[in-house]
Design a binder for this molecule. Structure first.
Ligand code: BGC
Length: 246
């Protein structure tokens, strides 16, 4: 079997699709449902059930979410309800959906997907993937093995959390010119390079679509590539995790 179902849980939308893992492409048009408010575990599990019903999907499911997930337990919650914290998420979802479920951090999912099918595909060394969106997500992959839950968006940088310093939403709202934003990103990349010395940095998140517009402001020692899977990276990575649950 090469088709597995992936769900990407975000603060505003929950997206799902079956993924063909022989090539990393969605096997059907993805469906998005607005994130319920409050986005409690139970309310989100109900949306996941709706998605599975819509696609008449069978088999295990992977869910990417903006949280630290350790051994199936959710330990943090960014842009989703605090009720997630401490919840045995995999157990709860498996029970509600009647099948094995794997939960994982959304940036970790995107990193796994990019390593397997995207920008990191041929990279044998250390890869740092950063996703720039509402927050900053991070995935660190060494020789194909993920170091989960790195949460570099919360690293202290210039007196605040990194994700506040370079939030991509600032560009969206036109509060900040993209080249000024990019110069902040550049400072942050230099900081992470000093700490981790990656061989490759993959630049992800919605704003990576505009990579060409600002990449001239980014100077890194490592190779720097935009993510290739765009908005589907979370779903594809979640489907990869689903396969592990099979
Ligand atoms: C969260 C991370 C998440 C990232 C991207 C951060 O605020 O703490 O867990 O990966 O946002 O959604």
């Amino acid at each position: 079997m090469s088709e597995f179902f992936g769900i990407d849980i975000g603060g505003s939308g929950i997206k799902g699709a079956p993924v063909d893992l022989s090539c990393g492409e969605l096997a059907d048009k993805r469906k998005r449902i607005k994130t319920p408010q409050p986005a409690t575990p139970k309310a989100v599990a109900d949306v996941a059930a709706q998605l599975l019903e819509h696609f008449e999907a069978s088999g295990p499911v992977g869910c990417a979410l903006p949280s630290v997930v350790q051994r199936g337990v959710v330990l943090s919650a960014a842009n989703i309800d605090d009720a997630w914290i401490g919840v045995e998420g995999e157990k709860l979802f498996s029970k509600r959906l009647g099948r094995p479920v794997r939960l994982l951090n959304d940036a970790d999912a995107a990193g796994l997907a990019e390593m397997r099918f995207g920008a990191g595909r041929d990279e044998p060394g250390l890869v740092l993937m950063l996703t720039f969106g509402t927050g900053i997500g991070s995935a660190l992959v060494y020789k194909g093995e993920l170091v989960p839950n790195t949460e570099l968006g919360h690293a202290q940088f210039r007196g605040m959390e990194a994700e506040e310093y370079v939030a991509a939403r600032l560009v969206k709202r036109e509060d900040m010119k993209i080249d000024w934003w990019a110069s902040r990103v550049n400072e942050l990349l230099a900081h992470f390079e000093r700490l981790f010395s990656p061989d490759l940095i993959v630049f992800g998140g919605g704003i990576s679509k505009r990579f060409e517009e600002f990449s001239m402001h980014l100077e890194t020692r490592a190779r720097l590539l935009p993510a290739r899977l765009g908005n589907n990276a979370g779903i594809v990575g979640a489907a990869l995790a689903a396969r592990d649950a099979a």
